[in-house]
Design a protein around this ligand. Structure first.
Ligand code: NAD
Ligand code: AHE
Ligand code: ZN
Length: 369
C-alpha cells in the first residue's frame, strides 16, 4: 500500500513529505493507521544527528495514537478497529527482563529496533525502491506504520487521539519516572531540571503523589508560568541567581532534594541534579538523553555520601500493562494533558513543530493526520 510520511532523508535537513510504499504486516505484526503524533525532543535530537543509533533515511516519530487496520498471521492480542498507542519500549512478557519484573526494558526486539528494522531484519518502508528505516520501532511520522503486536498498547475507544498520543512518550516518561522509577513518597521535596514536555509531566506526577516542595529549574523564564499550572511551588532560573545553582537549591530545600530529575539531556545539568540531591539519601533520576559521545561525571564522594544516581526510560512503564492505565488517569482527570498540547499541525507543517521546540515556544506540538 501507499502511505504519506515525513521522511528524514538526511541529518540536519528538514523532513520531506512524500508518498511511500509500505508492505503489509507479517507474522506477529499489525498495520496501524496513525491518527496523531507528538513531536518529542528525542525526534529533534535524532534529526540533528546526535543519536549514536540514528539512521537515515528514516521515518521518525514515536509518540503516536491510532487504529489497528490489519493484523498479520498469529496476532491474538489486538484486532482491526482497536485503538492503540505504539510502544517504543515493547512488552513481550516472555524475555528475561519482562519475566524479572525488575525493569521495563524488554529485550525481545531491541537489537533489530536499534537497526531501524522489523524483528525479521527487514524494513516495511521503501521510496522509489530505496529502503527507508523504521525509528524506535514506531515511525509515527507516517500515516500508516507496521509494528510488532508486542509493541502496541490497546487503549479505550473514547480517548481522543490528538491528546492521548502524548502518553506514547512524554506523559508516561515524566509521570512514570516519579511513580515507577523514583517512587516519590508523599511529603518529599522534588527538584525538576528542564520544564519542557517531559519536566512538566514530572511536576504533575510529583503533585499527584503528594510531594511537598516541587522546585522547577529552567533557563527560560517563560517556563515558570507553565510549571506553576501543574503544581510547581518554586521556580529558579540558574542564570538569574547569584552564585552556584547547586548551593542555591541546597539552601532552598534545607539540604537538597529528596528526589531530583534531569529533563534536559545536558550532562552538566545531570551533574547539578545529582549534587542537588540530599546528602545521605537523595536520589537523582536521569531522564534526558545526551548526545553521542557525552559522558557524566561527579566526585565519587557525592555517591559515597549517599546520593543515588538512576536512569529512567519510558518512565519505567511496562507499555501494554501500564499505558492503558495512564489513559484512564487522563480520562478520569487524575492527570492533565490538553493544556500541554500547545500546537496542532498538519503533516505538511511538521517542520514548524521542530522550529517551535527549538525556539522554546511549544510544550508539545501534535501532528493530526
Ligand atoms: P523540551 O525541549 O521540551 O524541554 C527541555 C527544557 O530544558 C526546556 O524548557 C529548556 O529551556 C530546558 N533547559 C535547557 N537547558 C537547560 C539548562 N541548562 N538548565 C535548565 N533547563 C534547561 O524537551 P523534552 O521533550 O521535555 O525532552 C527533555 C529531554 O528528555 C530530552 O533530552 C529528551 O530527549 C529526553 N527524553 C527522554 C525520555 C526517556 O525515556 N528517558 C523520554 C522522552 C524524552
Ligand atoms: N539511542 C540512543 C539513546 C536514546 C534513548 O535513550 N532513548 C530512550 C527513549 S527517549 C524517548 O523520547 C530510551 O528509552 N532508551 C532505552 C532504549 O533501549 O533505547 C543511544 O544513546 O544510543
Ligand atoms: Zn520521546
Amino acid at each position: 500500500m501507499k502511505t504519506r510520511a515525513a521522511v528524514a532523508f538526511e541529518a540536519k535537513k528538514p523532513l520531506e513529505i512524500v508518498e511511500l510504499d509500505l508492505e503489509g504486516p507479517k507474522e506477529g505484526e499489525v498495520l496501524v493507521e496513525i491518527m496523531a503524533t507528538g513531536i518529542c525532543h528525542t525526534d529533534a535530537y535524532t534529526l540533528d544527528g546526535l543519536d549514536s543509533e540514528g539512521l537515515f533515511p528514516s521515518i521518525l516519530g514515536h509518540e503516536g495514537a491510532g487504529i489497528v487496520r490489519e493484523v498479520g498471521p498469529g496476532v491474538t492480542s489486538v484486532k482491526p478497529d482497536d485503538h492503540v498507542i505504539p510502544l517504543y519500549t515493547p512488552e513481550c512478557r516472555e524475555c528475561k527482563t519482562c519475566l524479572s519484573q525488575k525493569s521495563n526494558l524488554c529485550t525481545s526486539i531491541r537489537s533489530t529496533q536499534g537497526q531501524g528494522l522489523m524483528p525479521d531484519g527487514t524494513s516495511r518502508f521503501s521510496y522509489k525502491g530505496q529502503t527507508i528505516y523504521h525509528y524506535m520501532g514506531c515511525s509515527t511520522f507516517s500515516n500508516f506504520t507496521v509494528m510488532p503486536e508486542i509493541a502496541v498498547a490497546k487503549i479505550r475507544d473514547d480517548a481522543p487521539f490528538d491528546t492521548s498520543c502524548y502518553i506514547g512518550c512524554g506523559v508516561t516518561t515524566g509521570v512514570g519516572a516519579v511513580t515507577n522509577t523514583a517512587k516519590v513518597t508523599p511529603g518529599s521535596n522534588v527538584i525538576v531540571f528542564g520544564l519542557g514536555g517531559i519536566g512538566l509531566n514530572v511536576i504533575q506526577g510529583a503533585k499527584m503523589v503528594g510531594a511537598n516542595m516541587i522546585i522547577g529549574v529552567d533557563i527560560n523564564d517563560s517556563k515558570e508560568e507553565w510549571g506553576r499550572k501543574f503544581g510547581m511551588t518554586h521556580f529558579v532560573n540558574p542564570k538569574k541567581i547569584d552564585g552556584d545553582i547547586v548551593q542555591h537549591l541546597i539552601a532552598l530545600t534545607g539540604g537538597g532534594g529528596d528526589f531530583t530529575f534531569d529533563c534536559t539531556g545536558n550532562t552538566d545539568v545531570m551533574r547539578q541534579a545529582l549534587e542537588a540531591a540530599h546528602r545521605g539519601w537523595g536520589e537523582s533520576i536521569v531522564i534526558g538523553v545526551a548526545e553521542a559521545g557525552k559522558e557524566i561525571s561527579t566526585r565519587p564522594f557525592q555517591l559515597v555520601t549517599g546520593r543515588v544516581w538512576k536512569g529512567s526510560a519510558f518512565g519505567g512503564a511496562r507499555g501494554r500493562t501500564d499505558v492503558p492505565k495512564i489513559v484512564d488517569w487522563y480520562m478520569d482527570g487524575k492527570i492533565e494533558i490538553d493544556p500541554m498540547i500547545t500546537h496542532k499541525l498538519s503533516l505538511e507543517d511538521i517542520n514548524k513543530g521542530f522550529d517551535l521546540m527549538h525556539a522554546g515556544e511549544s510544550i508539545r506540538s501534535v501532528v493530526v493526520y
